[in-house]
Write a protein of this length. Sequence first.
Length: 341
Amino acid sequence: MKILITGGAGYIGSHTIIEILENTDWEVISVDNYANSSEATYKRIKEITNKQFQYYNVDLKDVEATKKVFEANPDISGIIHFAAFKAVPESVAKPLTYYDNNINSLINILSCQKEFNVPNLIFSSSCSVYGNVNELPVTEETLLEKAESPYAYTKQIGERIVDDFIIVNNNYKAISLRYFNPVGAHKSGLNGELPLTTPNNLVPYITQTAIGKLKQLTIFGGDYPTADGTCIRDYIHVSDIASAHVLALQKLIENKDFQNHNIINLGTGKGVSVLEAVKAFEKVSGKKLNYVIGKRREGDVQAIYANNQKAQQLLGWKPIYNIEDMMLSAWKWEQNLQNNL
Ligand code: UDP
């Protein structure tokens, strides 16, 4: 069975390819244009899994080039569509770039799905679709507030596009997975997040500070009305996110009764504060992190974490890694990156 992974050289895409190659007999075809990733990631996947797969350098905004991948592989059974831009501050600065890339590539993938009759789709969504919610933990029924950034809005629109597409093509099935805060690296430490510029996200910022690439971590705000004054997030190991994709696609393929478009949260269900995350890193690495508590970051929500019952019930999924596993694997990866440079 052939599975098309878009954005397969990216952070979550590459971990999902590893999970597929290690746990299924599916054939992987990856498409990426390396806009925010590197072809070298494929070498790492092959080292970890000792398996082969096909890959194409294609920009999904180019519908003709995208079609060629389907023409060369007319028997694809499922698509996992990761490929998208994902940096919130960048999306605020370059909204048109984000709308153009994230929306047009989704439309092109769906038109190919229809033209080449691919029955199953998994769409990468994000907890940012919830906006500033008043109710915690968030369930899939929690009403979506205004998207706080163009990035978040591309995910709200993306889910809606999938919804509308599936309504009129009801022989197809889709699942949108709303990721909370994916962090960490493969347990081997041989594959992980590869920020091409200074990271915005907490965990790569922590590991780069600890290794000396960055001077100091600033914790954005210590005066929130939380137990220790810092913001709360639901950090989830990237390999747990990856395993959920395999289960989701298996469900779509096997389960004929599955609803046409399901939306499912992927989080641990546990809120962790920024200070707790820093402490977990210090514990597993044995290193004291150089950090200061600074001003709040604009646009940050105080606290968000998932209710993950639906993922557990529908997919039979349970996250297995805790915050210390996440930090340890991210730290291993950062050290490996340093040694290979
Ligand atoms: N954060 C921080 N310092 C940093 C980066 C992030 O204190 O250099 C905090 C941020 O304010 C938020 C949490 O870490 O409370 C997670 O931020 P991240 O950007 O990783 O994910 P977000 O939840 O904002 O998408």
